[in-house]
Design a protein around this ligand. Structure first.
Ligand SMILES: Nc1nc2c(ncn2[C@@H]2O[C@H](COP(=O)(O)OP(=O)(O)OP(=O)(O)O)[C@@H](O)[C@H]2O)c(=O)[nH]1
Ligand SMILES: [Mg+2]
Length: 330
């Protein structure tokens, strides 16, 4: 028998690492009771600041994330790291290096690291990340760093949901900025030019600044551009200091809060609705029946889909108040 969720929630709140790891796995796997467990921890969340770290494949995101985490832990912060799809296929076979680095960082007091697959995440990558962040939050993490490669749409959505977004560039990628997904430059709160020990870092800094000047015309202050090197340590202290200051000033925490909540509700509903429709219609043979009738020409897919949905619709506001009245967290 698996440990009941209630026990994990209790263990999580008491700061047990095993409960933290187990709870994440079981919520990720959408095991029975996951939602009640999330409801139970929800009141203990909201205190964590989330930094999204993204950029071109191989830009040094993982290396930087680890350095940042170390720096924050040294300053007394409890840090969680979520590495989305560590070692992207783009940089080719860095998996072992990533594993070793992850192992190393996980031995540091106050740091918890967890990887997440991009594909096949039940409930979607964004919701999956939100859940893990919340569990880390309830556990008592002050800051969560989430690393994703800045190429796919899902990955961008994940960092977009962060309180503060760091975009990592490097010299030597040719037109480095261009290799990033369009739209990623717009969501940056802070630009980092990593591998500053290599030639061309200053050019990348000026490129970014020039681009910012054009796009920020008439707008509020442009995001800062910082040079770092994981090799020489240049800029790392400064970067960590900047992030700490940011947390102290409470910047970012409430950015887009309303939109984010809205987005989350819709995502959760979408998933739930889909599961319900599937089990209801596929389970009792109705779907097969409908297919047969479409094939013999008596029905069309449009009408079938419409009919299937009619059964589930209800006045949303009414069902909301019904839920409140119940008030037993179910
Ligand atoms: N010269 C130099 N190399 C660096 C620096 N930072 C990282 N690297 C190296 O660059 C390579 C890629 O670093 P990672 O941290 O794995 O990069 P990443 O962006 O996480 O890569 P993916 O997650 O695979 O996209 C590794 O070999 C690092 O050691 C730096 O500041 N200078
Ligand atoms: Mg990486």
């Amino acid at each position: 028998m698996a440990v009941p969720f209630e026990k994990l929630v209790k263990g999580l709140k008491q700061g047990h690492l095993r409960s933290l790891a187990k709870m994440i796995t079981r919520v990720e796997n959408r095991e029975a009771g996951w939602k009640d467990a999330m409801k139970a921890i929800y009141p203990d969340t909201g205190g964590t600041l989330v930094y999204g770290i993204t950029g071109a494949p191989g830009a040094g995101k993982s290396t930087l994330t680890n350095k940042i985490a170390k720096g924050l832990a040294e300053r007394g912060f409890q840090v969680g790291i979520i590495a989305v799809d560590p070692s992207s296929p783009f940089s080719g076979g860095a998996l072992l290096g990533d594993r070793l680095r992850m192992q190393e960082i996980s031995t540091i007091e106050g740091i918890f690291i967890r990887s997440m697959a991009t594909r096949g995440t039940l409930g979607g990558l964004c919701q999956g990340a939100r859940d893990v962040i919340r569990i880390l939050d309830a556990f008592g993490k002050d800051i969560v760093l989430i690393e994703t490669v800045g190429v796919g749409q899902d990955e961008i959505e994940v960092v977009r949901a962060a309180d503060l977004v760091l975009v990592v560039s490097v010299p030597g990628l040719g037109d480095g900025i261009q290799t990033l997904k369009a739209g990623i430059m717009e969501i940056a709160d802070l630009f980092i030019v990593n591998k500053a020990d290599r030639d061309g870092a200053d050019e990348v800094v000026s490129d970014i600044q020039a681009m910012l000047e054009i796009s920020q015309e008439g707008h509020a202050s442009a995001p800062p551009v910082l040079k770092t090197s994981a090799v020489t340590g240049e800029g790392i202290e400064e970067l960590v200091d900047m992030l700490v200051r940011n947390r102290e000033e409470g910047k970012g925490i409430v950015r887009n809060a309303e939109d984010r909540i809205k987005e989350e509700i819709l995502t959760l509903m979408e998933q739930d609705l889909f599961d319900r429709i599937r089990s209801q219609w596929a389970g009792n043979g109705a779907l097969r029946e409908a297919v047969a009738r479409i094939m013999d020409g008596t029905l069309d897919p449009y009408s079938v889909a419409e009919d299937m949905l009619t059964g589930i619709s209800q006045d949303p506001v009414e069902s909301l108040s019904g839920n409140e009245k119940r008030g037993d967290g179910k």
